[in-house]
Each structure stands twice: as C-alpha cells, then as structure tokens.
Ligand binder design. Structure first.
Ligand SMILES: [Zn+2]
Length: 840
C-alpha cells in the first residue's frame, strides 16, 4: 500500500533535477533512468527505425551499421537522448535532416542539441559499428538477445519498453547464411558477393523484443491451420530432427489456436517463425514473429521422460502466450516484468495440462512454487511482487523467487477469487484496450475491479504490493491469522482445514492452496508421520501440504526439532513412491542434516542414514527416484563404509542394478571422494580428469579442483583468484567451486572468505549475469551454520547502513537459514540430543 507514493515522489524529484540541468549540460545518467523514460514517453512518438547491418564471416570482424530513425516530437525545447552503450569509437557520424551535426556522446547516450530538432517530424541518420555484447557471435552464426535493455549495446535507439516502434531491417551476410527477424522477408538478393536480406516493416514492438539471427541454419516450412511457419535449426542429427519436428510444429499450432480462442484476438504479428539455438541462455525468448528457443529443450532424446515432454509443450505454450501477453500488450516499465511471465505460465498450464493426465498437476504446482517462494518470503530480505525500479540497467535485480514462484500462486488465487469466466473476460478487455501499447498491473486491476463485486484493489495492495507471508494458527477449531509484521494488513484468501477424530487432529491448509505458514500442533504432526502411507494419509497433495507445514514449522522453532525430523523423514521415505514427494523429503533431509544438525548430532545418525538410503537406492525400480537416492547418498555418506561404496561406484567395481552413471556423475563422485577421503584426493581427481572426455567438462574440473584441495593454503590461494573479474567469467564453474570451498565439513576454515565475499558483491553485480549475485551469496553461505558466520554478515550490514537496497535484501535472503540455525541450536541442542534417540 505504501509502494506507489514514494515512487511518484522520487520520480518527480529526479525529473525536476533533470529538467533544470538539461539547459546547460545535458548529461543523462548511465542506463535509462525512470525520469528519462518518462520524459521521452511524454515527448516522442511515431518512431520508425530503418537499420542496415553488414555482417562479415567469422566472429571477429566489425559489423558496420547504418540507421535512419524517424520520429515525431511534440516539443523541440530540449536535447534529444538516444541510447548507445558502446565505446566512443563505434560512433562514426550523426546527421539530422541530411546534415552532419555535432553531438555529445556521454554516459552511454548520444545527445543532440535542440537547435537541430523540429517540433513535429525529425529524421536522424547514424553511421556506426555495431556493439558485439548481445550478438552472441559464433564463427558461422549469430543471434541477438536484447532483453531487458541490451538493444542499445548493438545500435542506437530509444531503449525502453513503452516506446514501441516499427523496424525495417536489412542484413548483409556471407553467401550461404540464412537470416530471420521479426519482420517478414520481402526480398533476398546477392550484391557484391554477399546475400542481402530485406525484411518488411514490423508492427509496433518494444525494443527488447526486436531480434534477428543469421548464419548457417537448416530450415523447414510447414503450413499449419492455414498459417505458414518456418523452423530454423542447427541440429545435424537428422534422426533426432525427424523424430521431433512434427510434434514441434503441432504444439505451436495448437498453442496459437488455443490462445486465439481464449483471447478472441487473432495472432497479432502476421508472420510466425521460430529459431532453435544450441546453447540459448533461456528456455525460450518471445520475439514476436521469431521466437528463439534452446534447441535441446525442443529436440528431445529417444525415451524422453513424461516430464521432459511436458516441459517442451510448456515452453512452446509459454512463448506462444507471450505473443499476446507481453508482445501485443507490454509492461510500461520493467518493474511489471513479472506480469507477462505469470500470464505466460498461467496460459501454458491451461494449454498443456489436459494433455498430461498422468501427472498430478496440483502436487507439482504445490512443490514447484510454495517452498521456493517461502524460502525468500519468510526472510527479512524479501520484496513485494511489484517493486520499484529507478533505472533500467538494474532490471536484473527484480528477478527472483518472488516473481517466479509467488506471483503464479497469487495469480491462481485471483482467478479462484473472481472465477475463470470473469478472468477471461477481463483479460480480453485488457488485451483489446491496450493492443500494441503498454499497460501496468493497476490497469488490469482496474478492469477487474469494475466487473467484480469484490474489492480487488484492496486485495492487490496486500498481495502484490507488500512483501512477506501471512502466518496462521488454530483457535476454537478455526484458522486465524497470527499477528502480522504490518499492523492491520489482512491477507484475504480462502482457507481450509481438515479435522479428524472429533477435532482432536487438525490439518490446516490440507489442499495445499493457501499461502503462508500454517502452524500445526505436535499431536497432529506426530500422527501424520506415524500414519504416513496408510489410507488416511495417502492423498499426494495432502501429504505434500503437511510436509511443507512441518518444514516451515521446523524453521520457526515449532517442534519437534531438527533431530526428530531426520528420524521422521527416514521412517517416511520407504513409504513414498511418488518422485516429487521423494525429492522434497530428500531435500529437507539434506538441509536439516547440514544446516541444522551439528557435527555430533550428525555423527549419531550417520550410520543409519547411510544404511537406509543405500537400501532404498538398491530397492527402488523407478529410475528417477533411484537417481535422487544416489545423489542423496553421495552428498551424505561419510563413514569408511560409505566412502568405500562411493569409491566402488566410481571405479565401476561396485554396481547398483539399474543405476547408470554419466560422466557428470563420475566427476561429482570424485569430488565427494576427494573431499571426504584421507589424503588420496589428488590421485582420485587426477585420474578422473584424465578419464573425462568432454573438453568443456574437463576445463570445468581443472577450474574446480583447487577448491577441493586438502591443503588450506591452496584453497586460500584459489579464493584469492576469485577476486579478479577474469577468473569469475565462467560463473557456473565459480558456483561449483564455492560449494566445495564452503562445504560444511570445511566451514571453519572458510569463515575467513565470508567478509571478502561480501566486499566483492557490488563489483559482482556490475560484472556478472543477473542471477550471479544471488547465487554467489547462496553458494557462499549455504555451508555455514555457525554463530561466527552469522555475525560476519550482520557486522557487514551494520557497517554499511547505505548499502544498495536490492543487494542488502539478497544478503538477508542468503543468510536466513544460517540465522535460523543459530537460533534453533540454542533452543534445541541441549534438551534434544539424547543418546536414546540417536540409537533408534
Ligand atoms: Zn517468459
């Protein structure tokens, strides 16, 4: 509720400052500030880009660009700011109305003085060298990925989502290359030994959705339901392509037909193609008319599991849904980025789920979303779904579990609240009203509120605009909201409660749809675990919901405590055959084990844990479950016997029926053996390195090995190297190394890395990928549970009272389990650790 007001106030202040300084020295800040975004939105429209890029063969040569931007200005009293985030040498010449003009190139912007501008139509022509940063160049192909503000790293433009524009692109490529973009291909000719692709004018699209790919691609065109579609791909295995392509076309046709029916709006962008790229960064990216996909997600292996097949159908439905939700109607500013993602998932579920009746979609939704959302939302560093964003260059900080995991839950609650029909009607009006334009979450809420008898604005103000999760207790047989951190806040949602044995047993939120912490009494919790697998405790969703309640209870100190939970989970696992529930139980077991039990407590259970998981690994027939048990055993085994078993699996002398180990599995076994062995780690790692065939995996191993060294001095030296940016380039490798560097077995010696790791965080945010700061912190703190570690983080925050808001939150999120563990061990350790329990 307090969200919108400060944002407007802040914007107004910045805006005034900007307007005043503009006259003397127009120096807009780096990136696209909210103020610049607002200013341009108010003054510029009817934008058209005509872009020509000359792409050489190979990945190194310069790409020369020519561009003509035409637009309409409703006032010519201030300098024009175009975004171009490259080195100064990339900018060659700027002409306005055909005349060469002086300009300033400052803070990633081209600034053109008012004296060159007209009220009304303007034409700016720019000669430049395209920036490579977001072109993903390989020797024989390249592709763009401009989300969220990376188009300006390639060519000059107004790089903000609410200045939609039409694009006319011409690409000159080496002969033999294909080319595809949002617009329809109008002509392909050959000129001076190069192919020239001329694409037709696009419909109005946001800059982050403009895209092209060029290079050596195979292609295939089909007509589906009267619509022509071309698939571009790189896969050379024709058997694989033949096995998959019919289904890939069919899934697209089905998704588009479903969406046209649901929205009652025809596919908005004319032509429809898609491009499959071998190591695309995401599952897919919804460029209108030219969706890009990660190739392996669409071309499946033989015998692909039902989960893989559903994931493929889902990503296709997701990107197709974006053509309406995101592309036709786009967020006004990136703080609403969550909305298009939620809608795309929401539609994808409706499109895909009926085709997979063998999957329990309710259980899947529960375990995929709720625990991950709580992991952030229960922390002091949580954020609301709708956040402030002062500058587009920080858009990456918005992404996280709250928008990916909590927002879908909230959207599902909304549909249940207002009904499927009113939801569909509201969405139709929203799409129709804002077609080819932009809209905010509040615009949609306004439409729904008008139609619904309920106060949807009030509901949205709590669920979308404030952070945190409600807590519930039971009073007089009813669920009641516990004291909230924000006084007077009411979390409206339907709540259910199941009672048994004349109300003596109470199971809150038994259908798993409510969001929050549902406190259970000890008797009901104990009964649930002892009757697990019996007829009364057999419904998978009920089991999932109660397990989530128990876990959240553990973290809040609501008994029976970490040791007893290990005991309960070990008793429960043999009674569970559902892979989703087995995974959830094993996840909780391992977190409980490493974060909440101390070394003595673990030692008391060590033999039993290894023995039981080994039994389960050997007795299960389900391949997926077997893999889960293998991973759990590998992570938890520590006795001589456990080490010997792992060693046997690694050398191949020991076999588990049905278990096939990949090269990846062998590598991680070698890591665990080195970590837990007695001095022969180096030999094992070297032998694995020599046996590893895949060159990428070999290089990754070489990087990670020093972090596993038995010598503390070597590990210290390795940590020192991470302070240099060039050593953090392969982020996935760094994250692997961090988990071993900070492994709980070595947490004591890793304490000294914590402070420098925090000191590096701001630099890491600047130099790394959008998810890297979160993952860096997570993998750094995940192995620690000591009061010293908790104190280091607290001291750091105390010493930096003005630390950036987003990063401070990330630290609080990453250290939440650590803080809880410190608090809990003070509560439980003395009473609970009894030899009697350990010997069970
Ligand atoms: Zn998406």
């Amino acid at each position: 509720m307090t969200f919108i007001r400060p944002l407007i106030l802040l914007a107004a202040t910045i805006f005034v400052a900007f307007a005043c300084t503009r006259q003397q020295s127009p120096a807009p800040e780096k990136g696209v500030s909210f103020a610049l975004n607002q200013y341009r939105k108010q003054h510029i429209d009817s934008i058209q880009y005509q872009i020509e890029l000359d792409i050489p063969a190979g990945k190194a040569g310069q790409i020369l660009g020519k561009e003509i931007v035409t637009f309409h200005l409703n006032a010519a009293d201030s300098a024009l700011v175009l975004d171009f985030n490259v080195e100064a040498s990339h900018l060659q010449e700027v002409r306005v109305g055909g005349e060469k003009v002086d300009y300033q190139f400052v803070n990633e912007h081209i600034v053109i003085d008012t004296k060159h501008l007209n009220k009304g139509k303007n034409e700016v022509a720019i000669d430049f060298v395209a920036g490579d940063q977001s072109l993903n160049r390989s020797d024989d192909y390249l592709y763009t990925l401009f989300v969220p503000d990376r188009a300006s790293t390639c060519f000059p433009l107004f790089d903000q989502p609410n200045l939609k524009a039409s694009y006319r692109l011409t690409l000159k490529t080496p002969v033999g290359w294909e080319a595809v973009s949002n617009g329809k291909l109008n002509a392909k000719t050959v000129e001076n030994g190069k192919s020239v692709y001329q694409f037709g004018e696009t419909k109005p699209v946001s800059s982050y959705l403009f895209a092209f790919a060029a290079g050596k691609f195979f292609k295939e065109t089909r007509t589906m339901d009267g619509r022509e579609m071309t698939m571009y791909y790189r896969e050379t295995d024709t058997t694989k392509v033949n096995r998959n392509r019919d289904e890939v076309f069919r899934l697209h046709a089905k998704s588009l037909a479903w969406l046209e029916d649901y929205t009652s709006i025809d596919y908005p962008f004319g032509k429809f193609d898609f491009v499959l790229l071998p190591s695309f960064q995401y599952g897919g990216m919804e460029h209108p008319g030219a969706i890009f996909y990660n190739e392996p997600a669409l071309f499946l292996d033989e015998n692909a599991s039902v989960n893989r097949r559903m994931a493929r159908a889902s990503v296709i439905a997701h990107e197709s849904a974006h053509m309406w939700f995101g592309d036709l109607v786009t967020m006004d500013w990136f703080n609403d980025v969550w909305l298009k993602e939620v809608f795309a998932n929401f539609m994808a579920a409706k499109i895909v789920h009926p085709s997979f009746p063998e999957i329990n979609h309710e259980l899947r939704f529960l375990l995929a979303h709720y625990p991950n959302a709580y992991e952030v939302d229960r922390t002091a560093g949580t954020n609301p779904i709708l956040q402030q964003l002062g500058n587009l260059k920080n858009a990456g900080t918005l992404y996280g579990a709250i928008i990916y995991m909590k927002a879908p839950i909230v959207m599902r609650q909304l549909e249940r609240k207002i009904g499927e029909e009113l939801m569909r009607e509201s969405l139709r009006e929203y799409l129709k009203t804002y077609s080819f334009g932009n809209a905010r979450w509040d615009d949609l809420i306004g439409i729904i509120d008008k139609r619904s008898p309920e106060d949807i604005t009030r509901w949205s103000n709590v669920w979308v605009k404030t952070p945190g999760m409600p807590e519930y207790g039971i009073e007089a047989g009813k669920l009641v909201q516990a004291k909230d951190s924000v006084s007077g806040r009411v979390w409206e949602q339907p709540l259910v409660l199941k009672t048994m044995q004349n109300g003596q047993l109470v199971f809150p939120n038994h259908d798993g749809t409510g969001y929050g912490y549902f406190k259970m009494d000890t008797t009901s919790k104990a009964w649930f675990f002892t009757h697990y697998g019996n007829a009364e405790v057999s419904d998978p969703v009920f089991k999932g919901a109660m397990l989530v309640n128990s876990w959240e209870g553990l973290l809040r100190g609501d008994g029976p405590g970490p040791e007893k939970l290990v005991n309960s989970i070990l008793n429960t696992l043999p009674k569970e055959q559902n892979p989703l529930l087995v995974d959830y139980l094993l996840g909780n077991l391992q977190t409980d084990w490493w974060v909440f039990l101390n070394a003595d407590q673990r030692a008391a259970y060590q033999t039993r844990v290894e023995h039981e998981i080994w039994q389960l690994l050997n007795s299960t027939r389900d391949k997926g479950i077997q893999t889960s048990y293998f991973r759990a055993f590998k992570a938890m085994a520590l006795t001589d016997d456990g080490w010997q078993k792992m060693h046997g699996l690694w050398t191949g002398k020991l076999e588990v029926k049905g278990l096939v180990l990949s090269e990846e599995d062998k590598i991680s076994l070698a890591y665990e053996l080195a970590l837990k062995g007695n001095g022969d780690g180096k030999a094992i790692l070297n032998s694995q390195l020599n046996a590893t065939k895949n060159p990428d995996r070999k290089a990754r191993m070489q990087f990670v090995i020093p972090a596993l060294s038995a010598s503390e001095a070597e590990r210290d030296a390795f940590f020192e190297t991470l302070k240099k940016e060039e050593n953090r380039e392969k982020e996935a490798w760094v994250l692997d190394a961090l988990t071993y560097l900070h492994h709980p077995l070595r947490a004591q010696s890793a304490l000294k890395y914590l402070r420098p790791s925090l000191d590096l965080l701001q630099e890491i945010q600047l130099t790394g990928d959008i998810f890297f700061p979160t993952r860096w912190l997570h993998n750094t703190f995940v192995g620690h549970s000591s009061p010293e570690a908790a104190r280091i983080a607290q001291t750091f925050l105390k010493e930096h009272p003005d630390y950036p808001y987003f990063l401070k939150n990330k630290i609080l999120q990453a250290t939440d389990l650590l803080d809880r563990s410190v608090k809990l061990s003070a509560t439980y350790a003395p009473q609970e650790h009894s030899p009697a329990l350990s010997q069970q």
